[in-house]
Design a protein around this ligand. Structure first.
Ligand code: NDP
Length: 397
């Protein structure tokens, strides 16, 4: 049905490659390209399908990307490199007539700032080129938006309150490690919190607001209000929303390490002089922390991510909770990666499948909630991320 090029061979890229290879009726030709070609070759070896091609590419360099796209001629690129590369990859797609999908919004390297404006600015150019760009198609952002669209389509006339709840109740048995790229993860968590209420954004201090929330099959976990990028598109695409928030669980041990990292300056993203050269402390820290890709083997427990929604149907107030629980060990057995990479990589593959099947094909730049959620939801159940619903339960929020 179509040719796919995966860019990035980290934890998420590895899962995407496994899942794409499991669906040969849709993905007829596969290439995985990244900064380090050996990592791509290792992924292909683990999958055991020598027909998957690999290549080296610097995705910061538009010309290199253009040359690669012109030689492989993919129908769609799945960008699971880092958020810094979103715009160069989108540029290369426009120059070569290739469609685009990613899992995280563009961030400039020198400011930790999350907003869609940079990528939304490409809308007209993608429209004019007749190309589709699907933004934020991991779990959160990604499935969180599809869940919201599904709730709006089937269960509510008006969504009024949306809380996205993200719990990782797994244990990797390391003193401190991040579940995905440490640089991206620490930049996100050390930011001010932010949520949307009555048409305005309310800013909080980092991790200032928290409360215990109960997660299915897990129990209560302290959950912290963070800013998360999908809030920006969801309040725009569902204007009846009065309040939208995002919550993520953290253990005390994790938070203590994070506080020390910040207090000693290791979370800094500006350059410092060290032994006659310039280094960025957070990038140096990444080099000494455990690689998130190596956490899978000893990871037990599960993740639980979902949307808790309150709104109106036929004039009456209802609540709705939709979620997925994902076992780290089951993810590891299937793909060699832990649950956080798995829950991101599976939806990225499904988004590309939706495009190639012509179900999510529309010139322009789109967030996932702007497409029909139903075929995507059906695939979540088939591809390893089954979902569950609770109607009119206590949302705790
Ligand atoms: P990793 O750091 O494990 O992998 C990133 C990969 O991109 C690596 O293979 C790296 O190469 C490659 N890469 C980095 N820079 C370049 C470049 N300039 N050119 C080519 N390749 C490059 O990250 P993850 O797999 O954990 O995360 C991937 C993406 O997924 C990130 O954007 C992250 O924000 C996003 N994400 C989204 C989530 C969601 O739910 N929406 C959740 C978790 C992650 P090398 O190996 O050489 O360093």
């Amino acid at each position: 049905m179509g040719k796919v090029l995966i860019i990035g061979a980290g934890g998420v890229g590895t899962v995407v490659a496994h899942k794409v290879a499991q669906n040969p009726d849709v993905f007829t030709d596969i290439m995985i390209a990244s900064r380090t070609k050996q990592k791509c070759d290792a992924v292909v070896k683990a999958i055991g399908n020598p027909a998957i091609q690999t290549a080296q590419v610097d995705a910061d360099n538009v010309d290199e990307l253009v040359a690669l796209f012109n030689s492989f001629r993919p129908d769609i690129v799945i960008n699971v490199a880092l958020p810094y590369q979103d715009l160069t990859i989108m540029e290369a797609c426009l120059k070569t007539g290739v469609n685009y999908l990613d899992t995280a919004n563009y961030e400039p390297k020198d400011v930790a700032h999350f907003e869609y404006s940079w990528q939304w600015a490409y809308k007209k150019r993608f429209e004019d080129a007749g190309l589709t760009a699907i933004l934020g198609c991991g779990f959160d952002p990604g499935v969180s938006g599809v869940y919201t669209a599904y709730a709006a389509k089937h269960h509510f006339d008006e969504i009024q309150y949306l809380d996205i709840v993200d719990c990782n109740a797994g244990n990797h048995h390391k003193a401190f490690a991040t579940n995905f790229n440490p640089e991206i993860n620490i930049r996100e968590i050390t930011q001010n919190g932010r949520y949307y209420e009555n048409g305005q954004w309310v800013t909080t201090k980092p991790l200032e607001i928290h409360k215990a929330l109960t997660y299915p099959n897990i129990g209560p976990r302290d959950s912290y209000l963070l800013y998360h990028e999908e809030l920006e598109s969801l309040v725009k695409n569902f204007p009846t929303i009065k309040r939208a928030r995002f919550w993520m669980t953290f253990g005390q041990e994790y938070l203590t390490h994070l506080r020390v990292i910040q207090n000693i300056g290791m979370a800094r993203i500006d350059e410092v002089e060290y032994n006659g050269m310039k280094i960025v402390p957070l990038q140096f820290l990444k080099a000494v922390l455990p690689d998130p890709q190596d956490l899978g083997e000893n990871y037990d427990g599960e993740t639980s991510i979902g949307c808790r929604i309150r709104g109106l149907k036929d004039g009456k107030e209802h609540t709705y909770y939709i979620y997925n629980n994902c076992s780290h060990q089951a993810a590891y057995k299937e793909t060699g990666m832990q649950g956080v990479s798995y829950t991101t990589g599976v939806p990225a593959m499904i988004g590309a499948m939706m495009f190639l099947k012509g179900l999510w094909k529309r010139p322009g730049v789109w967030n996932v909630e702007e497409f029909d959620p139903d075929p995507f939801m059906e695939q979540l159940n088939k591809q390893g991320l089954p979902w569950h619903e609770v109607m009119d339960g206590d949302l705790e929020l």
